[in-house]
Design a protein around this ligand. Structure first.
Ligand code: DAH
Length: 369
């Protein structure tokens, strides 16, 4: 910048020439017209109206002019800056409007489209099986009963004929509640619901009781410390093993399709006689047995799948619930529900049952059989 013109000598400051100023204005207007976004316009604003823009620099030169020339020059520069600022303001408004319209168009919401108001969950396959089993039995006139998950020792063991020294107590890895001397545990089976039901409702009775059971088991592909069982209990006059067979045949067919069942003798303290029940493989129907060239993954080519335990209710259990054993008899059964889903729906890893990935539940809904 030139110094003040103290000696009043006429000084030519070319930046203030009318021609020069017009040229700067023309450049600024062209740049403003060219800018097509707020960001570009910002650069143009800095270049043409900022402190270091040609017009701002020219303005500073006014002081170098002789006083008589300053007024004219000042008017010229002022009007030039005004023109540029006006054009800038107009273009800013134009671009802002265009950008608004573009974003409105891009973000258009079609309010007539159907919406997913609530993200859909999925029934856990064990829950779906519980619903199915409940339907099977309630449609035969049975009821669904519940019992506590935290049990006293008497309900979980004693009443079911597992005496204090009974070896079967040691077979189950019971989770005891502190202090252990209180004799409270997490139920190791759904069988204690038999006791609660007979004590609270009396007999005759026909109930199933699906629910969680707890054992100090490993957490791996085939074991969970918390899993599910369904217990069945039917007590009435003249109930025999034949009724048990008929009921389980129907149950097996409703769950697995057209399959047979077989009973293998077994021992349970709460039933006498007792059996383990197997269902015929619903995939190969036994045809993979002895045919290594066409193995069956579902039954491991054994033809049968272990399903649960059952038997005629031990009279000692009935007596513990105050039932007259000369008049009444009954049958009971218990199945693992997670294992049933595993075989029925071909889910090889039990850990998937508790990891909470909704894709697992979705993949098994409706039965992948
Ligand atoms: N409570 C047995 C278990 O946890 C299952 C069971 C077997 C239940 C036989 C019964 C039964 O009611 O009669 O392995």
């Amino acid at each position: 910048m030139s110094g003040p013109n103290t000696n009043y000598d006429p000084v030519q400051v070319s930046a203030l020439d009318a021609e020069q100023i017009e040229a700067r204005v023309a450049e600024a207007l062209a740049a403003i017209a060219d800018a097509s976004s707020t960001a570009e316009l910002k650069q143009v604003r800095i270049a043409h109206t900022g402190d270091r823009s040609p017009l701002a620099l020219a303005n500073r030169e006014i002081g170098a002019l002789p006083p008589a020339a300053r007024k004219d020059a000042g008017r010229r520069v002022g009007s030039a800056r005004g023109t540029v600022n006006k054009a800038l303001a107009a273009r800013t408004a134009e671009i802002a409007e265009a950008e608004l319209q573009a974003s409105l168009a891009a973000e258009t919401v079609d309010v007539t489209l159907p919406v997913d108001e609530h993200p859909q969950g999925a029934l856990h396959p064990v829950t779906a099986l519980i619903d199915m089993v409940s339907d099977i039995f309630t449609s035969m006139g049975w009821e669904v009963a519940e019992g506590p998950e935290c049990e006293s020792e008497w309900f979980n063991f004693d009443a079911l004929n597992l005496g204090t020294d009974h070896p079967a107590r040691a077979l189950q890895d019971t989770l005891w509640i502190d202090p252990v001397s209180d004799g409270k545990c997490l139920r190791t089976a759904t069988s204690p619901v038999q006791i609660h039901t007979m004590l609270s409702r009396g007999v005759p009775v026909r109930i199933i009781s699906p629910g969680k059971v707890f054992r100090a088991d490993e957490y791996d592909a085939t074991h969970l410390p918390v899993f599910h069982q369904v217990e069945g209990l039917c007590v009435d006059k003249g109930i025999s093993m034949a009724h048990l067979r008929g009921t389980l045949n129907h149950f097996a067919r409703a769950v697995f399709g057209d399959v047979k069942t077989r009973f293998r003798p077994h021992y349970f303290p709460f039933t006498e006689p007792s059996a383990e029940v197997d269902v015929e493989c619903f995939v190969c129907h036994g045809e993979s047995v002895g045919h290594p060239e066409r193995p069956c993954r579902t039954c491991r080519s054994e033809g049968w799948i272990e399903w649960g335990g059952c038997g005629v209710v031990n009279p000692r259990v009935l007596a513990a619930c105050g039932v007259d054993t000369d008049v009444y008899s009954g049958f009971a059964f218990g199945m693992g529900l997670d294992r049933t889903v595993m075989v029925r729906n071909n889910a090889p890893d039990l850990r998937e049952f508790v990891e909470g990935d909704i894709r697992f539940s979705r993949s098994l809904l409706g039965g992948a059989r």
